[in-house]
Design a protein around this ligand. Sequence first.
Ligand code: BJ8
Length: 424
Amino acid sequence: MAKDYTAMWTGLGLDLKAHDGLMKALGQAYGDIYLTQQNRPEGMKYLDFVLSEIHGLRVEEILKAKAEGRKVIGTFCLYVPEEIVLAADAVCVGLCAGAAIGTEQAERYLPRNTCALIKSFFGFKLAGLCPYTESCDLVIGETTCDGKKKAYEIFGEFKTTFVLEIPHMKSPGDRQLWLSEIHRLTAKIEEVTGRTITADKLRAGIRTANAKRAALQRLARLRAANPAPISGLDALLINQVAFYDDPPRFTQQVNAICDELETRVAKGNGITASSAKRILVSGCPMAAPNWKVPAVIEKSGAVIVGEESCVGERGTRNLVSEEGDTRDQLLANIADRYLKIDCACFTPNTERLDHIAQLARELKADGVVHYSLLFCTPYLMEARGVRERLKAEGIPLLEVETDYSMEDMGQLSTRVQAFLEMLG
Ligand code: BJ8
């Protein structure tokens, strides 16, 4: 029988009735979308377990760490360096932002035409439904898109928030600004945790985060095989859980899944037939439990072979150099690695277009589905560049603009099926 976490959730101030409804809906969606898949790798049982305990065991672990004097730092964006949080012996956790929760409450503070991701992190907080947010000693926001930047001003009224300034270009001057922000963040984390971040601690944090990314890169490379050894839904779930789980344990589990997938690839065993259409998904991040578009694509008979997304390649593709003896050198390495992230908030952002085309080729994708959240100006605007670039490369593209509601599932299915038929 599942453990009863009522006392823990009450202690965190969650709205128990609404939370119960959320957990039931999540369990139902997971059962329908994930557990109906055939021929999943054995190693996915670990992910099934993690998901079943997403607001239970992991939160309990985090609260135990807090009781032992460690701090909890929450984030919503890839630009927040996990290495620095780990170096202060704190827990870094990606906060809930992938479901249409508390929308009504969120719209009391935010314009209706705000993207679903921003409304979701507000909604989770205002509706008292995210145990991670409630466990946090500090939330780190960032000035990526205008929506997030302004939203953190209001979010800060409800939760202690530190906003990191992200440059929007990549000139030497921007790098200087970014490096100074990395130092400012380090000082803030030292202040909140009461720990000194030394070069040794930083190096250890870098190694932990690099090992996690290396495991995820290994997973990404294995998906280039035809037939693909794992579904896109399962690979997405692994990338989503990367933001919550204990890093060393997670890395070990991902490597175990990769061992299994290597055997599958060697034997030519796939999750689908080799004739299944191979799709690269590109665009906005899909935070758990946002599985809508991948579910539509794979239930239509295609297989997703990669995600050009923050919950995917964009988040994992570069490692931090471990070279350097001083804290300043290591912080500079961190700044350099993070400035390579090609979020659509940057201008110009041609690296992203190059990378989409490169990924499509490497993964032998038959087509790309570009996914934008409604009202997400950066990705919607950048879709034009993606369209032109892929046209020049002769790679078919389907552009999808949606939110977290389920109302457009039928329409999405029809469009995806027509796209797959067009691929031949
Ligand atoms: S690094 S993609 S996680 S900012 S969907 S809130 S962009 S209006 S999420 Fe992102 Fe960091 Fe960039 Fe990645 Fe704004 Fe668009 Fe909403 Fe978005």
